[in-house]
Ligand binder design. Sequence first.
Ligand code: HGY
Ligand code: MN
Ligand code: MN
Length: 407
Amino acid sequence: MEINGKRMMERVRELGEIGKDAEGRRTRLAASDEDKAGRDKVVEWMKDAELKVVVDRIGNIFGIWETEENKEKKPIMIGSHIDSVIDAGQYDGCIGVIGGIEVIKRLQETGVKTERPIVVGVFTNEEGVRYSPDMMGSLVYAGGMDIEKVLKTVGTDGTILGEELKRIGYDGTVEPGFLQPEAFVEYHIEQGPIMDVEGIQIGAVENLQGIHWQRVTIEGAANHAGTTPTKLRVDAGLAAAKVNVFLRNLVEQSGGVATVGTIEFEPNAVNVIPSKAVFTVDLRNPKKEKLDADEKALAEYFKELEETDKVKIITERMTEFDPVLFDEEIVEKIEAAAEKRGLSTKSMTSGAGQDAQMLARICPTAMIFVPSVKGISHNPEEYTPDENVIEGANVFLDVVGELAGEK
Ligand code: HGY
Ligand code: MN
Ligand code: MN
């Protein structure tokens, strides 16, 4: 059995057009109007597949395919996210949602019955760009955060998540976690270079690296850019730059990765020494002990910097997700399905955070990757050739059909 590749790719491109601004930049930040437009389109496709659509209180959307015979059984859950980063690609998350609906539709069209229901989920705010933390909807679904607290989250634009979900009409009624899955499988692009470089068609994802986010505020002293002698400066901007260089040296030793993705200066004027620098640190490593050691080294460096640069440093923890191991049996099913289709396969680590890492807290979980050309992602140049997307979706169809007990 094969998915309908034409239909799937048309939908990837159709969703890819949603949320583009006048300059053609694709951005669908969680609970924004653009996210709403994407959600509405996905709900339309779910209804086209005659799925029962349910929205939970954190705005996660579920398309449920169940029959009288199987509805008492725990479902196989599939899915991903359609919210994006700023100026994003069109595959990240979307192929897992569109692919999930496609898998169900193909099983329906071929008259296949399954022992278990199949549910395709669209998780709120996987990216965490507007509201922190990332993987928020799946984390709440898995019981990792309290829904009342999360709905009060203040965004980078000062909005309140719960109010925004209500405004876009996705403030659902059912409690997150209302369906306990038998297993979860997420279909996703690699977003890294390994499969492209090695010519691998299917990634069987066996684990996912730990992710720590923190917000750092460095307080210095504003002063005149021209009249203040170097040795009298208390320069928050310089201290922030030193932290970034320290992080790069740190992870080159530990084998992790570090990113200062956002930074703001105050008063942010060309001829004023910054009195304040506020930036985020995204620190990751597949090994928990190394990630914790890097965090410790960074905290010690902050103390040192307060001495040498006479600045004050305040840190605020945003996320702290440990590395995750996925389910070996499902990983083996993915590898076997790829081999049966004559596709090359490799077991992989996910460098990116994923909704699957949260579902792994409540059920056996694994992921299927397809290559990202040149490893580019979180960038409009993100690209996976149609044939790779379709090959991956066919493996996804095989694995989900097997897990659901197709008959
Ligand atoms: O941050 C991540 O890795 C994911 O894209 N949210
Ligand atoms: Mn993603
Ligand atoms: Mn992403």
